[in-house]
Design a protein. Structure first.
Length: 446
């Protein structure tokens, strides 16, 4: 084959189509093997196979007459060479036993063409200076994984195998009294969600100054210190030392003003040393890049996960503050397209790293013009974010003159929960230490 020719076997395509016209079982075999119209190199063969597949789904035999009629109805008969070409294919159909061989040959050639197409895309990205090296590398990896996954296809899972495993899983939850997901330390929320689950994209949104960054810091601190989870934090708005300062205040219940001035009471000075020891031994990794793309976040998380796995650990939670500050891979005039790309990228991040991702999000300006709890339509560029999110959590103040209060009443609303129920929960937000606590006298170890 000349080097400028694409991988293909037109004779195998012709012979297989001839067999399908001869033997209905060959059509069934092709479907079972996952053969698709796009696997055929020749455009006429793609149209013919599409027509044969349609007839098969309708429980009709694709003989010469029926097939010619279907192609004619679709306006494709002359495009494929007319009835005479169908007769040529019919004559090429030899042995039904060769169907598997022809299908395999066609699929292998299609695989090579797909790899060549992806290689061209990667080459174009390499030439495009708007893409970072890590983004190109991640796209190259992802494209190979997508192609490999498409080859594997899906297999049936028998209830006889799966049911006992599910029962064992349910029993383990009761006996261990532990969540499989990452717990927040808020009993009602953890009971409702089962903890944040691996692969989930959790959107945390609130109006300005409600405390969504502090709430995320509460979750990260609890997960890292009390649950011994490894947490990655991407803070695009403030430096890493400020994040650590907030986590120290939360863990030690220390007023932030004392940490700013260094004028600590003896009690708080001791609490600071103890919190410092706990955080120093906790698995918290912070990236405070002021600008970062989704592909770069994915690359950094992959490297961090690899480093942790080398120590027998895992990356358990990713926090991003906040979604609208993440940079799109390309400069566009359409902000909704940018946010859509970023949102999909964060969902892919959660699935690839196999841990929950909490992404903070702004609300639209319209939400600030009315009272009451935010709604899903208040998410800025809400369409893509709402679609990609597995869970959406809103925080909103329920007090008047909140600026004058140290302990604010804040309501948490789970407005979307793909894997569970919706809920509301009342909390107190202590602004001096940045601590959120649920309004309840009961706490059970979830």
């Amino acid at each position: 084959m000349a080097t400028n020719e694409l991988p293909a076997s037109v004779p195998a395509e012709q012979a297989l189509l001839g067999l399908m016209i001869h033997y209905p079982n060959a059509v069934t075999e092709a479907g079972e093997q996952g053969l698709r119209p796009e696997d055929f190199f020749d455009a006429s063969h793609r149209r013919i196979y599409q027509a044969i597949s349609e007839l098969n789904r309708e429980k009709k035999i694709a003989d010469l007459s029926t097939l010619a009629g279907r192609l004619s109805d679709k306006g494709d008969l002359e495009r494929i060479g007319g009835s005479s070409y169908l007769m040529t294919l019919y004559d090429l159909g030899d042995s039904e036993a060769k169907a598997i061989q022809y299908i395999s040959t066609i699929q292998k050639k299609a695989l090579l063409r797909r790899l060549m197409d992806e290689a061209k895309k990667i080459e174009e990205m390499c030439r495009d200076r708007s893409y970072a090296e890590d983004e190109v590398l991640d796209e190259a990896r992802s494209s190979i994984v997508r192609i490999a996954d498409s080859r594997r296809g899906s297999e049936f899972i028998l209830s006889s195998d799966l049911a006992p495993k599910v029962v064992d899983y349910i029993s383990s939850l009761k006996t261990t009294k532990k969540n499989i997901g990452v717990r927040t330390g808020l009993y009602k929320l953890d009971r409702n969600t089962g903890g944040f689950q691996p692969g989930d994209l959790v959107i945390l949104a609130a109006r300005t100054s409600v405390g969504k960054t502090m709430f995320a810091a509460n979750i990260a601190t609890y997960a890292a210190v009390h649950e011994r989870k490894n947490v990655a934090i991407f803070t695009l708005e403030m430096p890493a030392n400020q994040i650590i300062t907030r986590m120290l205040a939360i863990d030690g219940e220390i007023p932030s003003e004392e940490l700013k001035t260094g004028d600590l009471t003896p009690e708080h000075a001791n609490a600071l040393m103890e919190s410092c020891s706990r955080l120093a031994n906790a698995g918290v990794a912070i990236d405070d890049s002021s600008t970062i793309k989704v592909g770069e976040i994915l690359s950094k998380c992959k490297k961090l996960r690899s480093d942790l796995e080398g120590k027998g650990k895992s990356l358990d939670l990713i926090v991003i503050d906040y979604l609208q500050l993440v940079t799109a891979s390309k400069d566009r005039d359409n902000r909704q397209q940018d946010v859509s790309e970023i949102s999909r990228g964060l969902k892919e991040l959660a699935r690839t790293i196999e841990c929950p991702v909490i992404a903070l999000s702004q609300l639209s300006r319209e939400s600030t013009k009315r009272q009451g709890a935010p709604s899903l339509t208040d998410l800025r560029e809400s369409g893509a974010i709402e679609q990609d999110a597995d869970m959406v959590i809103f925080l909103h103040n329920t007090d008047e003159n909140v600026e004058e209060k140290i302990d604010r009443n804040v309501k948490l609303t789970v407005a979307k929960n793909r894997n569970g129920s919706l809920m509301n929960m009342d909390m107190k937000f202590n602004t001096t230490c940045g601590i959120f606590k649920e309004v309840t006298d009961m706490y059970e170890e979830a």
